[in-house]
Design a binder for this molecule. Structure first.
Ligand code: AMP
Length: 209
């Protein structure tokens, strides 16, 4: 199945995509993760986008679409994928439609207050990408991932100013995609849940699975 997971930053798209990917044996593809890995490798792409990503802005559509187009041309995603964090603008969605036929789009709803609480305390593993939280899901040993032993850090774009900017950007540029996909008849919606088990239940119910 070819799917898109949408929602404000902090809605839980990445965590849900990892689990659903396992369930359906399809790969989650996160443009944010691709950009972060380019930034930490110091590649030309990484250097070009670092300031934008860290401030909470969006990378330009042309760069982003090209990257996704190349990724979706690879053999391991021909049967399906979950796009996490792409498209984020109407032009990106229009370009995507030219090279891949998306079957379902899931929109995860969450309030701004919950986004601030979740992202303000988020810590991420640099190696496996697992999301911890300083209150709700603490690491056993400071700075070390419980699952793979990788380094756990706070993303620069999870600082309060950047979170507020990401919410503004979401409202202005990404939220219009909800109507865009509703009109195409492929939109499914669910509420973000506190507990992961509830999230999975809500996901299955919303998608009729
Ligand atoms: P995420 O991990 O999805 O929160 O993405 C982190 C950051 O990467 C975003 O705040 C943007 O700066 C950049 N980014 C990720 N996906 C996109 C996209 N589809 N278009 C433009 N920028 C993106």
């Amino acid at each position: 199945m070819k799917m898109i997971f949408m929602g404000p930053p902090g809605a839980g798209k990445g965590t849900l995509a990892a689990k659903v990917g396992e369930m359906f044996k399809i790969l989650p593809i996160s443009t944010g993760a691709i950009f972060r890995s380019a930034m930490s490798s110091g590649s030309a792409l990484g250097l070009k986008i670092k300031a934008i990503v860290e401030s909470g802005g969006l990378v330009d559509d042309q760069t982003t679409v090209q990257l996704v187009k190349e990724r979706l041309a690879q053999a391991d995603v021909q049967k399906g994928y979950i796009l996490d964090g792409f498209p984020r603008t109407i032009p990106q969605a229009e370009e995507l439609a030219k090279f891949s036929a998306v079957e379902r789009v899931l929109n995860i709803r969450i309030s701004d207050a919950d986004v601030m609480e979740r992202l303000g305390g988020r810590q991420v593993c640099r190696t496996c990408g697992y999301n911890f939280h300083v209150i709700f899901d603490k690491v056993a040993k400071e700075g070390v991932c419980d699952h793979c032993g990788g380094e756990v850090y706070t993303r620069n774009d999870d600082k309060p100013d950047a979170i507020l900017k990401r919410l503004d950007v979401y409202r202005e540029q990404t939220a219009p995609l909800i109507g865009y996909y509703r009109e195409k008849g492929v939109l499914y919606e669910m509420q973000a849940m506190v507990k992961f088990d509830d999230t999975m239940e809500s996901f299955k119910k919303s998608m009729g699975l």
